[in-house]
Design a protein around this ligand. Structure first.
Ligand code: PEP
Length: 257
């Protein structure tokens, strides 16, 4: 973390979990645990159907609401899709784009990720852009090249003043939902390389100001060490974000002075 130059952001990714009723219950429980003063921004990204409930339920808690996906067209005959304007109008602040599960199961590519990033920024949302390598790619020694490519593709045609509004989440695919975590050194090495790519694209000032999260089996036991790394500015948290006590423990780890 480096709070002098950029925001620390702890974001939960609920994936396809929790009903609206469970969302309310989670918020009530979290309210009793979450510290009032926070050095980090806390975000909960929920399934689209639960966004309105979440906006109401987390209203007094200084918790921002995020979506887990967005479509890149503004409106039209795209049955089942949700536009960036629709999310913004509900009060959504962040949107996860290009999560590896969407790339794996729903055919997202670097091209669609870029279109979604542009649409989200146009609507005034903050994209949380997910990048990451598979185990095979890591073992082939192409992690750095691959991540640089994903970052460059996601940010194609994004001007510097809008790049500042983006969050990048480094999520090694082999660490998501597996209980295997990247070591703090591995996480920092890639987050540092992502910052170098942003520096190359936009210069040092923008690179210094962009929040780069680590995601992949972050939990109360490993959060402090990961977040102590200079280029790891927060976490994108799946499994542990579903349990108020675990999520709070990670927020507390990010809240250390
Ligand atoms: C995620 O889905 O973004 C994630 C990091 O999941 P988990 O924390 O469960 O590995």
């Amino acid at each position: 973390m480096n709070r002098r130059y950029r925001k620390t952001i702890i974001a939960g990714n609920w994936k396809m979990n929790k009903t609206a009723t469970e969302t309310k219950k989670f918020a009530e429980e979290l309210k009793t645990m979450l510290p009032k003063a926070k050095w980090c921004e806390v975000v909960v990204c929920v399934p689209a159907v639960n966004i309105s409930t979440a906006i109401r339920a987390f209203k007094d808690m200084r918790v921002s609401i995020g979506a887990e996906n967005v479509f890149y067209e503004r409106s039209g005959a795209y049955t089942g899709e949700v536009s960036a304007d629709m999310l913004k109008d509900l009060g959504v602040k962040y949107v996860i784009i290009g999560h590896s599960e969407r790339r794996q199961y729903f055919g997202e590519t670097d091209v669609t990720v870029n279109k979604k990033v542009l649409a989200a920024l146009e609507a005034g949302l903050h994209p949380i852009i997910c990048v990451g390598e598979s185990l095979e790619q890591r073992e082939m020694g192409i992690t750095m090249e691959l991540i640089a490519l994903q970052v460059k593709a996601a940010l194609a045609d994004v001007p510097a003043e809008k790049a500042r509004k983006c969050v990048i989440a480094y999520e090694p695919i082999w660490a998501i939902g597996t209980g295997k975590t990247a070591t703090a050194e591995q996480a920092n090495e890639v987050c540092n390389a992502i910052r170098a790519t942003i520096r190359h694209l936009y210069g040092a000032r923008v690179a210094r100001s962009v929040t780069i999260q680590y995601g992949g089996s972050m939990n109360p036991g490993n959060a402090a060490e990961l977040l102590a790394q200079p280029d790891v500015d927060g976490g994108l948290i799946g499994g542990a974000s579903l349990k108020p006590d675990q999520f709070t423990a990670i927020v507390n780890a990010a809240n250390q002075e």
